[in-house]
Write a protein that binds this ligand. Structure first.
Ligand code: SAM
Length: 282
């Protein structure tokens, strides 16, 4: 029985609030699995199993799929679609509410994330994972096209934001394909894109990555404000110290955050830490 027929047979009512736009197109499912670069030795975490179409495609090519789903109404459908797949573990939980330790207990070891995400959790989920201690190798995520463009944006463009720079500190992100809305059921209002994020580690040798992330978040906190003003607000710096810090790094005193590359944020964070230490010792 096809997945669409199973959903009809169960009289399933799609929950818009949970971003339920399913994929049943077999070519698209194999394209996602291919772009994710999944190998036989991999453990894959899927966020949002839905009716299980992507779960099934993943289970054929990897060691284990752990699929999280928040909607209990999908339980009888998933029991049918995933029946007999002994390398699939279904976990009914809101993945955003689980602590790192809970996820580690379930997943045990390194993993790759593959998901056709509910659009409203894309940014919180990526931020959550990039701030976690989880051993994630890569993320291959279906998302709204505009958000995808944000993830791969270059500095000094409108799309460039905190999430772009945070990802770029430790990973390389690519849009692997654009997907028209017709390939989802029910059809969403927006077009989508598939993004592959390959986590490669501390690319710019930032060392204290968490501090650099704090600096990046501060820089984009109020986009219209200058970087110096944002740093003053977040780190209780004096105006003199904030402007001197930027000028010593070769930036104009009134530069905005979006003009800095991820690598430049690293340098800024390194110097800022020194300034904060000095003012502590005064
Ligand atoms: N993977 C399926 C597919 O491609 O057809 C379903 C994708 S659908 C866009 C997103 C799924 O994520 C829905 O089934 C929804 O119920 C589930 N979901 C929404 N929020 C979630 C959360 N916080 N944690 C886990 N699953 C969630």
């Amino acid at each position: 029985m096809e997945i669409k027929d199973i959903l009809i047979a169960h009289n399933f009512r799609y929950n818009k609030a949970l971003g339920q736009n399913f994929i049943t197109d077999k070519n698209l499912l194999s394209a996602i699995v291919g772009d994710a670069g999944i190998e036989k030795k991999d453990t894959v975490v899927e966020i949002g199993a839905g009716a299980g179409s992507l779960t099934m495609a993943l289970s054929k090519v990897c060691k284990k799929v752990i699929a999280f789903e928040v909607d209990y109404n999908l339980k009888p459908i998933l029991s049918q679609t995933l029946q007999g797949l002994d390398n699939v573990e279904l976990v009914f939980a809101d993945v955003l509410k689980l602590a790192d330790e809970q996820i580690k207990d379930i997943v045990k070891g390194p993993f790759k994330v593959v998901a056709n995400l509910p659009y409203y959790i894309t940014t919180p989920l990526i931020m959550r994972f990039f701030e976690s201690s989880l051993d994630i190798k890569s993320l291959t995520l279906m998302m709204q096209k505009e958000v995808a463009q944000r993830l791969v944006a270059k500095k000094n463009t409108q799309s460039y934001g905190a999430i772009t720079a945070v990802i770029a500190l430790q990973a390389n992100a690519y849009i692997t394909r654009n997907i028209p809305k017709q390939l989802f059921f029910p059809k969403p209002n927006v077009d989508s894109a598939l993004v592959h994020i390959d986590i490669v580690g501390d690319k710019y040798n930032c060392k204290d990555i968490n501090f650099v992330k704090k600096v990046i978040k501060s820089a984009f906190m109020w986009r219209r404000k200058t970087l110096a003003n944002n740093l003053i607000a977040t780190f209780s710096l004096s105006r003199k110290d904030s402007q001197a810090l930027l000028e010593n790094l070769g930036f104009e005193a009134n530069i905005r955050g979006e003009k800095l590359s991820p690598e430049e944020f690293c340098k800024l964070a390194f110097q800022l830490k020194k300034v904060l230490k000095e003012s502590e010792n005064k």
